[in-house]
Each structure stands twice: as C-alpha cells, then as structure tokens.
Design a protein around this ligand. Sequence first.
Ligand SMILES: Cc1cc2nc3c(=O)[nH]c(=O)nc-3n(C[C@H](O)[C@H](O)[C@H](O)COP(=O)(O)O)c2cc1C
Length: 387
Amino acid sequence: MSKLFSKLKIRGIEFPNRLVLSPLCMYSAKDGIANDWHFSHLSTFARAKVGCIFAEATAIREDGRITPYCLGLWNENQKNAFKPIVNFIKKMGSIPAFQLAHAGRKASAKQPWKGGLPLDREDEKIGIHKWDTIGPSPIALADGWQVPKALNKQEIDDLVLSYIKSAKLAIEAGFQVLEIHAAHGYLLHSFLSPIANKRNDEYGGSLEGRAKMLKEIAISIRNNIPDKVPLFCRISAVDGKKNGWGINDSISLAKILSEVGIDVIDCSSGGIAGRPRFAANDDGSVLKNNTDRGLGFQVPYAHEIKKYSKIKTMAVGVIVDPNQAENILIDEKADLIAMGRELMYNPFWLLHAAQTLGVDPNYNLWPDQYRWGVNRRSSIEKFNNVK
Ligand SMILES: Cc1cc2nc3c(=O)[nH]c(=O)nc-3n(C[C@H](O)[C@H](O)[C@H](O)COP(=O)(O)O)c2cc1C
C-alpha cells in the first residue's frame, strides 16, 4: 500500500492522496481577478488528480499584492471569478485550497520575468503605479526597496479584519482548505523575524510578541470559518541569516499555532532579505551558509517541527521523485507533500508516479475521458524508440 496514494482526513475534509500543488503565483491577473489563465493552470492539476490544489498567494487587500498582476480576494467580483475554478477542482475529486497573503514590504514589485524589483518609472510610463508598503518596522528589504510604513495598533486591528473578510469570501467561493502565508519575507514573516521586526511594543521583542499578530489572525480566521475547514500556516522555518529566525523558533511557533486551531505547518524557508536561497544541514540542524538548495532541502524542517511540536506538517522543496515522496511519508517526516516546479514541468507527475510505484497498473486513477485511450497507449509504445 502506497502512502503517497493514501487518504488523509483533517477535520471534516478527506484528502484523496498526499500530493498538494504548492501555491504558485502566476502574476497574470488584472484587478486581482482570476481569468482563463488561472482556470487553465489550476484545472490541469485537477485533471492530473493532485489531491489538493492551492491557488496562488492571494492578497487579502489591494496593497497586499506582490505585483499589480497578483490575485486578490477582497470583493465579490474576485470571489465569483474563483467559483468555476473551485467547482472544476471539486468535480475532479480534488480539494481546492486558498492561500491568504499580504506581501508587506515586498509589495509593489514587477513580475519576476521583468526582474522582480520594485515598480519604477518604467512602469509609470505604462500607467502602472507603485504603492506604499507596510511592515513591522521601517526597514527596507534590501537596497532599492521601499522603506515600509510601520503598522500601528489600529492598523494591525484593521488588517486582522481584512484577513477575516478574505477568509470568509474564500469559503463562500467554495475553497475547502485555507492557509495563512507567513513565509518568504512577506508581511507576517517580517513580523516573526527579528531581522525585520525591531518593534518595542506588544508586537515585537520576544518570540511571543513577534508572533502575536499571526496568532491573532489565526484565532480570528478559525473563529470565522466552519469547524470542518483545515487551516494551514506556511512558514519560513529558518531565515538562514545570522541572528534570524531559526528552527527552534519554528518549533515554538508551531506549538503556539496548534493551540489556536492551525492544523498543518507548511514548511518552507528563507526570503526575509531577498530571495529564499537556503538549505538545511544534513542532520536537520539550523543551516549555516549553505546556499545549495538540493533534493528535499526543507524536509528536515517539516520533520523537526512534526517531531517536536506534535503537529501535522507539509514538506516542500525539490521533491521530484515518487520514491523520495513515498519515503518522506513512510519515515513520518511529513503528512503531506507539496510540489511546485516539478508539477509545472510535469503536471501528470502523480499519475506517472502511480505507474512507478505500481499502484495503478490499469490507469484507474486517470479521468474517464483519458483512461480508455491511455490504456491502449501500450500499442504505440513500440514506436517510442523511433528516432
Ligand atoms: C513560479 C512560482 C511561484 C510561487 N508562488 C508562491 C506562492 O504564491 N506562495 C507561496 O507560498 N510560495 C510560492 N512559491 C514557492 C512554491 O510554492 C514552493 O514552495 C517552491 O517552489 C519550492 O517547491 P518546489 O521545489 O517543488 O518548486 C512559488 C514558486 C514558484 C517557482
């Protein structure tokens, strides 16, 4: 029996298998509204039977978008645009999942294929205007980035309300899993990390202080969504920087979050001072200066957090091989496997993995529309060697 293909029930939702499409920004929306690209992109993975499919990081309010082309969910138009996507994912038997995001001091940027740096005069020329960014403290991400406005207490309270509103809209759109994005240097991660958070009020200082806003958001969302809905939180398990956030902080945070209704910690890393480029040491200890992001480089974080915080974890990061994924689950290093780039490269990865692992010799996992044809594909395999 394959673990990758086993079901998992969290609260009221049954995941049909352990594979999750990691959230992948497409930077292709106008006014935060999903369009045919998003439908086509996400429905591919539903046809490919990925168990749970995350839409990209979606801003809870306008200033929370990374770029002007990111998805948002703060109004009815945006909600309605998600519905056909969500319905199709469900129709294929997968679980639609939603990532609530605010880009914080990394907002107001260009698309990655245009360099990913802050919006500037070039963008002004084509009518794209930069906007003011926010953060815990007035510290820019890096040279050339805006100095964010430090949020005051009233603004933090307002932000919590925006998270609640967006979470409710996501539920109304039909999403069955929600995730709070607190990783990759975006707003909530910037509050967690001592590198970006130099506050001396109740939202800074100790780990409890730096985690206070995330905790308040988690409590508020949990209180405003149905009990049956699993709530994930994506964190950067380590900053990979001197005096930054480390794995022991993540273990403490996971304990705090599990007590307020977070069900799964989605274990990513890095991003606090630019792009995430960090790896774990082989023994899972806090990394030193390792910039090599090798196979499963973040799995040790999922493992440590699961082991010491007694919470479910999702592993992500260069997981590419069926046996690798299977072993992560068998060894109880994580409960779910998220994949991003490899699924973009090979969307039908899971169905191919089923062949590799010998769990689906007759293509029963495939959609009806494909199965009968794929079943007869063996008759053309002899031509595969023709050059
Ligand atoms: C094109 C692209 C877009 C991404 N967008 C998001 C996002 O919206 N939210 C997020 O938390 N991570 C995002 N990530 C990170 C991925 O979800 C994932 O954690 C990362 O790519 C590592 O997994 P992989 O090695 O399987 O790709 C993105 C990564 C890529 C390559």
